[in-house]
Design a binder for this molecule. Structure first.
Ligand SMILES: [Fe+2]
Length: 254
């Protein structure tokens, strides 16, 4: 019985197959993610144990709550990198992206884009509101794509007000938008509905990336538990994702 419990608490490195995380909030003190360098080191340590070896960080940029400044994030990223090295956490930090929300402040950012992108192929991680349908967000995405940037839509399974069977998602896929689902959606961390939707999207072949969307130690515990989830394991066995390609295409490291 105790052996069984021990086995259950052990973190299995099942995410080695992905290798790279490209969505998390591990730059401390800038959004609703990690609160300290210590917390980041703990969470990133769990990610390492779960099989991730490389990661990009993606702090929130949204208006007015997390009106972050790109230069400030770059400075804090340097501090995080140093802290991890000093603490013996082996994770390789590959660079900084941002999780930009399409909101009232987004047009201003578009005019003067200093977007923090993932990889040299200019992958831009975007999210939309979790609660309200924002009219015309597809057009905003389209305009960005026309500007030679690749768009990754963060956690499409979590926008519950959008009907998963409507043509909206299909149109975004036709438009070339890359979908990134959260690993914790697959394990049921956010409830049954996002889990169902994530699985449906993956089965339809719509999902190119899986991310941790790691925020804090509660999420880290969720990730540790997800390494024992049959659903998560099945998905990793059956489908291929392009997480590693983001690094292979990254020639410049920050
Ligand atoms: Fe996020």
């Amino acid at each position: 019985m105790f052996d069984f419990l021990k086995r259950k608490n052990k973190i299995e490195p099942i995410f080695e197959v992905l290798g790279v995380d490209m969505h998390n909030h591990m730059v401390p003190g800038v959004d609703d993610g990690s609160e300290s360098l210590e917390m980041s080191a703990e969470c990133i340590g769990t990610m390492w144990e779960a099989g991730f070896r490389k990661m990009f960080v993606t702090p929130h940029f949204n208006f007015p709550r997390y009106n972050n400044d790109e230069d400030d994030i770059v400075r804090r990223y340097g501090e995080l990198k140093q802290y991890l090295a000093d603490s013996g956490v082996e994770m390789e930090l590959q660079g900084i992206g941002g999780e930009y929300r399409i909101d009232d402040g987004f047009q201003d950012r578009l005019v003067n884009p200093r977007f923090l992108k993932i990889g040299v192929d200019n992958y831009l991680l975007l999210e939309i509101s979790m609660h309200h349908h924002r009219m015309g967000f597809e057009k905003v995405i389209y305009d960005i794509q026309m500007n030679d940037q690749q768009v990754i839509l963060a956690h499409p399974e979590r926008y519950l007000y959008l009907d998963v069977d409507s043509s909206k998602f299909e149109k975004l896929k036709d438009q070339g938008v890359i979908f990134q689902c959260n690993i914790l959606s697959l394990s049921g961390f956010y409830g049954g509905e996002p889990q169902k939707r994530a699985l449906k999207m993956i089965e339809r072949g719509w999902v190119e990336l899986l991310g941790t969307d790691m925020h804090n130690t509660t999420y880290a515990r969720g990730l540790a538990e997800a390494t024992h989830s049959r659903t998560v394991r099945k998905v990793l066995e059956k489908y291929e994702f392009m997480n590693r390609e983001l690094v292979e295409k990254t020639h410049h490291r920050l």
